[in-house]
Design a protein around this ligand. Structure first.
Ligand code: HGY
Ligand code: MN
Ligand code: MN
Length: 412
């Protein structure tokens, strides 16, 4: 018989609101870039709440915050998400999954219930990669994948990941110690806002995630010729930013031809970025996503060919750095079934759907069975100050997470 363990909705919502105050851009969304003062402050606050919930928090060498409370047997169930955000993001992306996993511990502690499985609560470091490096650093650290290629990467402020880790309480020389003992972990379940329009448009309260999208990053350095904006005739220009504009529109058109699911150029820099200078250089950050690795693979030569054509037409040189590839992953059927049972048990309409966003769960999936649970995002907005989920949905999602973990605890 599954014990009655009920979340404290007021505590959940209060903690979320407390975290939302930790932002570098008050009044303009939540900006908590990885390893920033705000990110470290959030980690400290959550560590204190972990202790209140009977968890034993530690910051590992990859700067993840990990809280554990042992069960009656030597096996574990894990849950969590990330505390870092994009710039001018919302209050829920990541934070909700961390606070809800923490709420599981608090609710178990309140009920005086100890599961057979131990509970591991994780706040992963640098899920977003918003500083311009590969993302999901912390969760890759948990599967033991961080090597020098990760550590030597330099972010948009010319700081290496190695220095970021060392500056935020990590230990780049001892990353092996951050690896989880996956032979003892039976499941990782991440609760997250959907960040898309499906639940909001269907009226379903809970999303049972079928799989998580793959993602391929590409950085471009477009070199033309800086020149005088007043004296240089149009036909003699080699304008790197105009070439970048062609790239942006060509990338945007890729999904329209039935190819890749989505494609975005979200980061652009003009050099020297002065109004009366024809841009000599442009930096462009591109990403493509699809639930299929084959579709991601097929898009690479297609993009190379369109870049070659723009080079030939405009006389620019386009240097290409194919960056992080995060493979798509599927959720474990048994965990999906547990979540569906948990939602049914609370009378919550649920629907199965893929995740268009990437998540730490897809990294952990390389070493353990995973599941993801979504709650609705108002009109599907996220990575924006307008990100919002109704409080009752936030509370319901956390209760479904508790019930899913209790179901998995009894199911093993
Ligand atoms: O970009 C993503 O999909 C995630 O929010 N990092
Ligand atoms: Mn995000
Ligand atoms: Mn997220």
């Amino acid at each position: 018989m599954t014990p009655r363990v009920v979340v404290d909705g007021d505590r959940l919502l209060w903690r979320l609101n407390e975290l939302a105050q930790l932002t570098a851009t008050p009044g303009r969304g939540v900006t908590r870039e990885a390893w920033s003062r705000e990110d470290v402050e959030a980690r400290v606050r959550v560590a204190g709440w972990m202790r209140d919930a009977g968890l034993h928090p530690v910051v590992d060498a990859a700067t993840n915050l990990i809280g554990r409370s042992p069960g009656t047997k030597g096996r574990w169930l894990a849950s969590g998400s990330h505390l870092d955000t994009v710039v001018h993001g919302g209050p829920l992306d990541g934070a909700y999954g961390v606070i809800a996993a923490l709420e599981v511990a608090s609710a178990l502690h309140d009920a005086g219930h100890t599961m057979d499985h131990g509970l591991l609560v994780a706040a992963f470091a640098n899920e977003e990669g918003a500083r311009g490096t590969a993302g999901m650093t912390g969760s890759y650290g948990c599967i033991g994948a961080l090597d020098d290629t990760w550590l030597d990467e330099v972010d948009d402020d010319e700081v290496t990941v190695r220095d970021r880790l060392a500056g935020a309480g990590g230990d780049p020389e001892d990353l092996g110690s951050a690896r989880w003992a996956f032979d003892e972990i039976d499941a990782f379940v991440e609760l997250h806002i959907e960040q898309g329009p499906v639940l909001d448009s269907t009226g379903a309260r809970i999303g049972v995630v079928s799989g998580i999208t793959g993602r391929q990053a590409l950085d471009l350095h477009i070199v033309g010729a800086a020149n005088h904006a007043g004296t240089t005739p149009m036909h003699l220009r080699i304008d790197a930013l105009a070439a970048a504009a062609e790239v942006v529109l060509a990338v945007e058109a890729l999904p329209r031809d039935g190819g890749i699911r989505v494609a975005t150029c979200g980061h652009v820099t003009a050099i020297p970025n002065v109004r009366n200078v024809v841009p000599g250089e442009a930096l462009l950050g591109v990403e493509i996503r699809d639930q299929s690795s084959a579709a991601l693979d097929a898009a690479i030569p297609e993009i190379e060919a369109l870049l070659d054509a723009i080079e030939a037409r405009r006389g620019v040189a386009i240097a290409r750095t194919w960056g992080q590839r995060v493979p798509p992953q599927l959720a474990a059927p048994a965990i999906k079934a547990s979540t569906a049972r948990a939602a049914d048990g609370r009378g919550l309409q649920h629907v199965e759907l893929p995740s268009g966003a990437g998540h730490d769960a897809q990294v952990i999936a390389e070493a353990a069975p995973i599941g993801m649970i979504f709650v609705p995002s108002r009109v599907g907005v996220s990575h924006s100050p307008d990100e919002h989920t109704e409080p009752e949905d936030l509370v319901a999602g956390a209760q479904v997470l508790v019930d899913t973990l209790l179901d998995l605890d009894g199911a093993r």
